[in-house]
Design a protein around this ligand. Structure first.
Ligand code: ATP
Ligand code: MG
Ligand code: MG
Ligand code: MG
Length: 433
């Protein structure tokens, strides 16, 4: 008899199979026991009918405890009432591992308690669904960039210089020198683009974010494509194709998970319709001002969560806000050809209150301009000699962007807080477990 994963149930209907499982819950009467099971690939029911099994098996079914691990043997049947759609009629049970009193009971638990038990909470239905969708987004990311002719160039995680600003940097020792944990792989991706055309990195990034928000992690994963011979408008087209591709992947491959999360696929389907609207920063300021809800907003401000929420809700779709003030953006963005106060950049804002999920720009190509900007930003020119070389030897128009993986996961799954979108969140005041 075959040992299977329940995810393959459709290939084994009415067959006898064996599955390694954990018990999540149970209900029993004198004649029948219903075991709620998970095997890591789905949640499903096992039915034990007293008259069909040995006395020992029925006794075991009645005494098995939450989170004990078992092998169950039985016949797969369709179960139209459940989200998953299949159940197993059990004939044999073997106990594998006992469980002490499980701390996470079916009652409601507070956030801190669940965060303290994150290593166990990962077993919950909700976390199962979020992690499966996160995995689909990662899978679709590789497929998309492969299909579009990108190669993955890994940026270093330890760097000797601080890319932009210094307040959010993690400092460490690098033998007798100073080093920092990467906040972004972008500058290295630009070198990659000059070498191989279309590249992307996908790695962990670190920011000592001092404020508590629903959108900021201390450690998060970023996907950073960079493209040579590419202007901003073409980059925006890549970005919207990429986001629509991620959403479509989830719609195609995560229907069960969306059901578990009660995330309406029809809402997500709207986000696969391209193009996404584009508005300028100036127009965004106008919209905010006209709404009367933002009396303090003025030209030159960066947007916070309320402004981003308002703008994306206004369109009920992801929206690109382009050409922000130069003063609030990093040194490497391309200056506007006719205006000195804005740069060629875009943030993609997700609807439903999720805010910025992508930040990107066309990059400055002029070595003199860049040198000036580096000085103005108070950075040490020495640290950027290698970066300036990219402009000295065959500079081309190039553009790129960064997507925060967990921002995308939080939005697509409809979770309220970004901490749910990564297995072991690093937050202000939390580095355990
Ligand atoms: P925000 O304005 O929300 O603080 P940012 O403009 O500082 O974001 P960028 O430097 O543009 O962020 O980084 C690119 C992307 O990385 C963002 O669009 C977002 O998706 C993601 N990101 C940035 N900071 C965080 C964080 N602390 N936690 C999770 N994702 C983040
Ligand atoms: Mg930030
Ligand atoms: Mg921002
Ligand atoms: Mg940004």
């Amino acid at each position: 008899m075959e040992t299977i994963s329940i995810i393959d149930a459709s290939k084994h209907v009415d067959e006898e199979v064996r599955i390694g499982v954990w018990l999540t819950n149970k209900r029993s009467s004198g004649k029948i026991a219903f075991l709620q099971l998970r095997d890591g690939t789905a949640f499903f029911q096992g039915v034990v009918v007293k008259s069909n099994v040995s006395a020992a098996v029925f006794a075991l079914a009645k005494e098995v405890r939450q989170e004990e691990s078992l092998y169950v043997t039985g016949t797969i049947h369709q179960d139209k009432r459940s989200h998953f759609g299949y159940e197993i009629e059990i004939s044999e049970i073997e106990k594998v591992g006992a469980s002490e009193d499980y701390p996470i009971t079916p009652k409601e638990h507070g956030v801190d308690f669940l965060m303290d038990h994150r290593h166990l909470w990962l077993r919950s239905k909700r976390q199962f669904a979020v992690m499966q969708i996160r995995n689909e987004i990662i899978r679709a990311t590789y497929e998309f960039f492969n299909k579009e002719g990108f190669i993955k160039i890994d940026a270093p995680i330890l760097t000797g210089s601080a890319p932009e600003g210094t307040t959010e940097l993690f400092h460490t020792k690098y033998f007798d020198k100073d080093a920092y944990l990467s906040q972004s792989g972008q500058l290295y991706e630009e070198a990659g683009a000059m070498a191989y055309g279309k590249v992307f990195s996908f790695g962990p990034t670190f920011r000592a974010e001092k404020s508590k928000t629903r959108r900021h992690l201390i450690e998060f994963w970023m996907i950073e494509p960079e493209m040579a011979f590419m202007h901003q408008e073409q980059s925006l087209e890549v970005q919207e194709r990429y986001i629509a591709f991620l959403v479509q992947g989830v719609l195609d491959n995560c229907q069960y998970e969306l059901k578990l999360l009660e995330r309406d696929p029809e809402v997500l389907r709207r986000y696969t319709e391209l193009p996404y609207p584009r508005i300028s920063y100036d127009e965004a300021i106008q919209l905010l001002t006209d709404s009367g809800e933002f009396p303090d907003v003025k030209w030159g401000d960066d947007f916070g969560s309320p402004e981003e929420t308002f703008l994306a809700e206004h369109f009920s779709k992801p929206v690109f806000v382009v050409n922000y003030p130069k003063a609030i953006k990093p040194f490497y963005m391309k200056p506007h050809p006719t205006r000195t106060d804005v740069v060629i950049c875009a943030d993609l804002l997700a609807p439903e209150g999720y805010g910025e999920i992508i930040g990107g720009s066309e990059r400055a190509t002029d070595v003199r301009y860049l040198t000036e900007q580096i000085k103005k930003a108070g950075l040490d020119e020495k640290d950027y000699e290698w970066y300036l070389d990219l402009r000295r030897y065959g500079s081309v128009p190039h553009s790129g962007f960064g997507l925060g993986l967990e921002r995308a996961v939080t939005w697509i799954t409809g979770e309220e807080h970004i901490r749910e979108a990564i297995p072991f969140p690093r937050l202000l005041n939390r580095i355990y477990p």
